[in-house]
Design a protein. Structure first.
Length: 468
């Protein structure tokens, strides 16, 4: 077993010893077999047991609860779903409003569970600050996004523009142009959430087997290295690890996101930065930065990672000097006073990216398969929505959850959009990432000629659009 504390800042700062649960041995018959003890698998088990306590449910996990993205992410519990705007746009306004309310309610739903199950994961609902900083093009992009949100029927109660002065009241970056605040997000300690959920479902009677990698799955059967589960329903809740269980890798590509964590900062340093109320924040470039102030006063800061040829999983998350350097550079651009701060942790994880950046929830009743995934880096909140939705789908309940456009209904896996074969995926992904890096370098240089700035913007926007 790997050194579990080295997996992430979150694992390293857990106030518990990791005691591994026994592996699955022999054959076991259950109603629902779940592959993966991350957020999606645990939330699905939790809501199934809440509604149908008599169900026999077993979860098999290759390492231990929280080993994957659920113990490594940035800790944003968002009331959103990637691609929600495109999914909801065709709907009538009253239906669209109900869907937005459903999404926006995710953090409060999780808060209710945390209180009921007595899970302390440093939940703080301070919303998100999407800030325009480093170059003026970010302000234009953010204002356009805000206009689109208002056109969909959302209001200032959901997304509000902040002037540079108003932004400074919450977050003090070096070169503010303004920003957007939305209240629909909480920050958490991710590892404490996943570990707490694992204990909660066990108390409800769910069997959780660790050190039990699934080697084969098919309708009604999951095999591991030492045993097997026979089940009416199989839920492959593996998200970024879909490539390890064909044919799921065609539908969810593993991409990486990488983070750094600072040493605990002093009260004086935080007075210069802000974030007094648990706000998450992101600098609005296509590098996709994200950060939060942790409960022990560190700054956890991440940015987009990469993709490996053939959808190969990244196993080694000892970040290279260049990977740490990029994140330190972006952090220093936003907060010059932190340029020389000590970085105590660096880590990363595999996340699942669906084709056209559209998460999916699906039930195949004929074959007894239910899955949710493709969250695209927003899985902390989306997995709760996915778990609730899969529970209703498996139990045959029609609800607001099951009527959403990201729910593909009753049908085979073939309803999912498949990614193109290699080398198209690798060439396309890397071309897009390089265009983002080029755009950021050009726009961050105040001396770049106007025509270079325009070309960089258009190229990055064009390539990003092709992926959608």
């Amino acid at each position: 077993m790997p050194n579990w504390r080295s997996i992430s800042l979150w694992m390293d700062t857990l106030d518990e010893d990791l005691k591994l649960r026994p592996a699955l041995s022999g054959s076991l018959v259950v109603d629902v077999a779940i592959i993966g003890a991350g957020y999606t698998g645990l939330w699905t088990a939790y809501y199934l047991k809440r509604q149908a306590p008599g169900l026999k449910i077993a979860i098999v996990e290759s390492e231990f609860a929280g080993f994957g993205a659920s113990g490594r992410n940035g800790g944003w519990l968002m009331g959103n779903l990637l691609g929600e705007d495109r999914a909801l746009a065709p709907l009538p306004s009253e239906v669209r409003k109900a869907s937005f309310d459903l999404l926006h309610g995710i953090p409060d739903e999780v808060a209710d569970v945390l209180q009921r199950e007595e899970i302390d994961c440093h939940f703080r609902k301070g919303g998100i600050l999407y800030c325009a900083a480093r170059y003026p093009e970010q302000e234009k992009r953010l204002r356009e996004q805000l206009a689109d949100l208002y056109a969909e029927g959302l209001t200032e109660a959901d997304y509000r523009w902040l002037s540079p002065e108003e932004l400074n009241g919450q977050l003090r970056v070096a070169n503010p142009y303004g920003g957007i605040h939305t209240p629909h997000c909480a920050t958490i300690q991710p590892a404490k959430l996943v570990r707490g959920l694992a204990r909660a479902v066990e108390r409800m009677g769910v069997q959780l087997f660790e050190q039990s990698p699934a080697t084969h799955w098919q309708p009604g059967l999951v095999r591991t290295t030492q045993g097997e589960l026979k089940a009416h329903w199989v839920v492959p809740a593996i998200e970024g690890y879909a490539a390890s269980l064909p044919p799921l890798g065609k539908y969810q590509l593993p991409v990486q996101s990488l983070l750094i964590g600072t040493e605990p900062l002093s009260d004086e340093q935080w007075a210069e930065i802000g974030l007094e109320h648990g706000q998450a924040f992101s600098e609005s470039s296509r590098q996709v930065t994200y950060a939060q102030r942790t409960a022990d006063n560190r700054l956890a800061f991440g940015a987009r990672g990469g993709y490996r040829f053939g959808g190969k999983l990244r196993q080694d998350f000892q970040l290279t000097e260049d990977e740490v350097g990029l994140r330190r550079y972006l952090l220093g651009e936003l907060f010059p006073q932190l340029r020389n701060v000590r970085i105590t942790h660096s880590w990363g994880g595999n996340l699942g990216m669906a084709r056209r950046f559209r998460p999916h929830m699906l039930v195949d009743r004929k074959n007894g398969i239910a899955l949710s995934g493709g969250y695209g880096g927003e899985g902390v909140g989306a997995s709760n929505l996915g778990g609730r939705t899969l529970a209703d789908l498996i139990l045959g309940k029609e609800s607001l959850l099951t009527r959403q456009p990201w729910v593909l209904g009753d049908g085979p896996l073939g309803r999912l959009s498949a990614w193109e074969p290699e080398p198209c995926r690798w060439i396309g992904y890397n071309a897009i990432i390089r265009s983002f890096v080029h755009e950021d370098r050009v726009l961050a240089n105040p001396h770049s000629a106007p025509w270079r700035r325009t070309m960089a913007l258009k190229l990055a926007g064009l390539l990003e659009g092709l992926m959608r």
